[in-house]
Design a protein around this ligand. Structure first.
Ligand SMILES: Nc1nc2c(ncn2[C@@H]2O[C@H](COP(=O)(O)OP(=O)(O)OP(=O)(O)O)[C@@H](O)[C@H]2O)c(=O)[nH]1
Ligand SMILES: [Mg+2]
Length: 324
């Protein structure tokens, strides 16, 4: 890919809008990008796909597609060998630099356990660090039935991302399996997982969306997602405003956080609520106050709100846990 291509993609962004690049790496990352191509996220960020496997890469239809390690792998994939994924990214480092150039934020989506995602993601994050571009990494952990080796490799990737990305969000395929039940087919589970990733990333960016009624600015988002913490994210659906407060306060994600002592928090919470049109700013203020009361004993809470055309509510919740 040429630098001009990246410049052209960014030139399409609204004036003064932050230039956000979302990069899917490897098979899982490319499938996630494929889902995002069909969603409204495609209008808000520049979607790019990176792979050693050229067939998977082309299937994404992403506007920016970067084959890596063409000499090393002949475009056939990294064969579940992370060192091949890593060397492939190094072989194509100039293309990666050209991709990142000019971005205000880079979000990576990849899975640990295979070769390309595990090996190439840290190289891309390193390039971002060198170019001083902030980063957020979404890392998928494989199903436990895929075997211990894949899980160990995924944990290695999470560790490497933690040292490089502003926040590393960990998504567990196993949790999705539980949610879908034992009868779910693998393809359906992966598809559902990719839609979930899309909802989480959309939720994260909704916090800065200019169409939101209550939103934060881009610099604020970056500050919440900095500190090299481990992030967890979740989407909570609710039929009415009363149950939101209950569901959020009871949420397991928040239970692992230590309550704040001496006013010093090691966790930051970012939350965005979608509500029906009938929902007023006063209603939002009420929910917000209740949540602040419940959660501020745990952490620093930032929230926003958008109106949508559905009768129900949705909350996207992120916790960035920074170890001290
Ligand atoms: N959620 C989700 N997980 C996926 C998907 N595809 C693969 N995975 C998971 O990701 C892990 C790594 O697979 P891939 O992303 O395909 O591997 P890769 O990075 O392309 O590695 P190589 O093919 O070896 O180069 C798998 O063990 C699965 O658990 C997907 O579409 N969605
Ligand atoms: Mg692959």
């Amino acid at each position: 890919m040429s630098t001009n291509h990246a410049e052209m993609m960014f030139a399409l962004a609204e004036d003064h809008a932050p230039k956000i690049l979302l990069v899917g790496i490897g098979g899982c990352g490319c499938s996630a990008v494929e889902v995002m191509m069909q969603s409204s996220l495609a209008e808000k960020v520049t979607l790019a796909a990176i792979n050693t496997d050229q067939r998977e890469l082309k299937l994404t239809k992403a506007p920016v597609q970067i084959p890596i390690g063409e000499v090393l792998t002949k475009g056939l994939g990294a064969g579940a060998m992370p060192h091949v994924g890593e060397q492939s990214a190094r072989e194509s480092i100039q293309d990666l630099e050209a991709l990142i150039q000019g971005a205000d934020l880079v979000i990576t989506v990849s899975a640990g356990g295979g070769g390309t995602g595990t090996g190439a993601t840290p190289v891309l994050l390193e390039v971002c660090e060198q170019l001083q571009v902030p980063t957020i990494a979404f890392v998928v952990r494989p199903f436990s039935f895929e075997g211990k080796r894949r899980l160990v490799l995924a944990d290695t990737l999470i560790e490497r991302c933690r040292n490089l990305a502003g926040t590393t969000f960990v998504l567990e395929n196993a949790k999705l399996q539980q949610a879908l039940g034992a009868d779910a087919k693998l393809d359906d589970a992966l598809e559902a997982a990719n839609h979930y990733i899309n909802e989480l990333v959309s939720g994260l960016l909704a916090t800065i969306d200019s169409e939101a009624i209550a939103r934060i600015d881009f610099a604020h988002l970056l500050s919440v997602l900095s500190g090299k913490g481990v992030g967890r994210g979740s989407v909570i659906e609710s039929a009415n405003s009363e149950t939101i407060i209950e569901k959020v306060a009871d949420f397991p994600l928040l239970q692992s956080i230590q309550p704040v002592e001496d006013g010093d928090s090691n966790a930051k919470i970012l939350m965005h609520i979608w509500a029906p049109e009938s929902f007023t700013l006063a209603d939002y203020a009420e929910i917000n106050e209740a949540l602040h009361e419940q959660l501020s004993s745990y952490a620093d809470l930032t929230s926003g709100f958008s109106v949508w055309d559905k009768p129900s509510f949705r909350v996207v919740l992120f916790v960035n846990h920074i170890s001290t």
